[in-house]
Design a protein around this ligand. Structure first.
Ligand code: HBI
Ligand code: FE
Length: 312
């Protein structure tokens, strides 16, 4: 995601955001510093720990045969199911030995440029708080279950771990070109909602999928969604919904393939040719797409979330 010709930015320092660059307006809580890190991880009570255990058990029921092998291998290598919310220090110790990544606590959604800065330094910012029984099935803000259970297993995979760091580094260039939305779409359709074609069939590796049972099943088995082979130029022009099951999933051949398509190319010409907004609707299928299947979109057409549409 870097041209070889120009000087590398200093990735150890927080990137500068020029005035004309649009970023989401987030208000930093007063006890939080410029790095947006919590001084320490929350102390969870027994109900919080029980919520973690129940969420964990529920996912373990649905993941086999649906989650990517790399994700399942990551789960095997980490102790996420030993009872209660994992301790970030112990987790970072284990993860550090595998790929040099650590997990650090943040209070909420953090600004894009701070998020990129942590990733570029192999730190994964994880929400400190955990959902309640009332919000057990669906929350919009990423909590510790989504962030740790959903994201951390993939960070044990060396190629994916490098992809995530390079994604963070790519943030500097996207900031310079004011194309954060386009880079955000790439994150959305890979890190959060990516599918991979394995020998045994389609599997999910995206954290937004694998942290909930409904989308774990829907993403790989339902008739509704389109499944299309990943093309970076196309994905970066595609709008995305954050509040419902995805109308379209993009499929990679392997993590090496993902790395090659992103890190091994120069985004500069792409950013220069991208319009400010998105070109394609999230349910669109294009003539140029390499299609795995065209979905019926039945779930969406029947009203999606909030209606009584079934995720079929
Ligand atoms: N903050 N806590 C948190 N978690 C995220 O996943 C996150 C964020 N801030 C910005 C952000 N993601 C986006 O930049 C990416 O989705 C591209
Ligand atoms: Fe996430």
């Amino acid at each position: 995601m870097n041209a070889v010709t120009d000087i590398e930015p200093d990735f150890s320092r927080i990137p500068v955001v020029e005035d004309e660059v649009f970023t989401a307006p987030l208000k930093r809580p007063s006890h939080i510093g410029e790095d947006w890190l919590e001084p320490k991880q929350t102390e969870y009570d027994s109900e919080d720990d029980k919520i973690w255990d129940d969420l964990f058990a529920r996912q373990m029921e649905v993941l086999p045969g649906r989650a990517a092998s790399a994700f399942m291998e990551g789960l095997d290598r980490l102790d996420l199911g030993t009872g209660g919310v994992p301790d970030f220090h112990e987790l970072s110790e284990d993860l550090g030995k595998l790929t040099g990544w650590s997990v650090v606590p943040v209070p909420m959604l953090i600004p894009d440029h701070i998020f990129f800065w942590h990733l570029a330094n192999r730190r994964f910012p994880a929400g400190n708080f955990i959902r309640t029984r009332e919000t057990f099935d669906y929350i919009q803000e990423p909590d510790v279950f989504h962030d740790v259970f959903g994201h951390v297993p993939m960070l044990t995979n060396p190629v994916f771990a490098d992809y995530m760091q390079e994604y963070g580094r790519a943030g500097w260039r996207a900031l310079k070109h004011n194309r954060l939305k386009a880079l955000g779409a790439l994150y959305w359709y890979t890190v959060e909602f990516g599918l991979i074609m394995e020998e045994q069939g389609l599997r999910a590796y995206g954290a937004g999928i694998l942290s909930g049972p409904t989308e774990t099943v829907f993403s790989v088995e339902a008739k509704s969604p389109n499944r299309i082979m990943l093309d970076v130029d196309r994905v970066m022009r595609t709008d995305y919904v954050i509040s419902d099951l995805q109308p379209t999933y993009f499929v990679i051949e392997s993590f090496e393939d993902l790395y090659r398509r992103t890190v091994k190319r120069d985004f500069e010409p792409l950013y220069e040719s991208l319009p400010v907004g998105f070109t394609y609707a999230n349910a669109a299928v294009l003539d140029s797409d390499s299609v795995v299947n065209v979905g019926s979109q039945e779930y969406l057409l029947r009203g999606g979330r909030g209606s009584d549409a079934r995720p079929v």
